[in-house]
Design a protein around this ligand. Structure first.
Ligand SMILES: [Zn+2]
Length: 217
């Protein structure tokens, strides 16, 4: 069933004339230009309120800003990148009842509607969000890949890893997402241990992956 734009829209960005005309053509979107809608040109007094017209609490400014900056104030879908960006709930507001950064993504009006219709599904949105995070977050793609692999393997299984390569995982180590367990020395060459040790995901690491929503993929 198609949800109404009110349920998950929080408009942002600069509306050009074409965007305004399009919004006005669609009654469902008129809220976006109303004092309670949240579109950039209509904000002002609206920002003084803590809730939208339908009574839902407004997305906190720092979270909204972070989501928009993450996508460069454009639609997060790489093949679109429209300049009118809104904040969309990946898991719908009706079920999450929360404005969590991990569950929010910047989308244009068109992609937002396509997401509401299910043409762009939730898993796809999470992948688009993930692409943005790889580009902007502090963890490398290698670190994220290893973290997901450890998550899938389970907490007790772990993965062989050489101590002298730990520098590649420094940031997920420092964040407490993985632990390093030394194994007994089996082989050594020039006093360098050549059999691998073990890395394992921690509870904190599992929580991080789950907050990204990637366990649903
Ligand atoms: Zn778009």
């Amino acid at each position: 069933m198609r949800s109404t734009p009110k349920a998950c829209h929080a408009a942002a960005g600069i509306l050009n004339d074409r965007g305004i005309q399009r919004a006005l053509r669609n009654d469902e979107r008129r809220w976006a230009l109303s004092p309670a809608g949240g579109a950039t040109r209509a904000r002002g007094a609206d920002e003084m309120s803590d809730a939208t017209k339908d009574g839902r609490p407004r997305i906190p400014a720092h979270i909204r800003r972070r989501v928009l900056v993450e996508a460069g104030h454009r639609c997060a879908i790489p093949s679109c990148r429209h300049i009118i960006a809104e904040v969309h709930h990946i898991g719908p507001w009706s079920t999450t009842r929360a404005h969590r950064y991990d569950n929010l993504i910047a989308l244009c009006l068109n992609c937002h509607d396509r997401a509401d219709r299910g043409e762009i599904d939730r898993k796809s949105l999470r992948l688009y969000k993930l692409n943005l995070r790889f580009a902007h977050d502090k963890y490398s793609q290698l670190e994220m890949d290893i973290l997901f692999e450890l998550y899938k393997n389970g907490q007790e299984v772990g993965m062989p890893w050489f101590a002298f390569h730990l520098i590649l995982l420094k940031r997920i180590c420092d964040s407490g997402f993985i632990t390093f367990e030394e194994t007994a020395i089996g082989l050594s060459m020039d006093n360098l241990k050549t059999n691998p040790d073990l890395i394992k995901i921690t509870d904190k690491g599992r929580l991080f992956v789950e907050k990204l929503g990637l366990h649903e993929l």
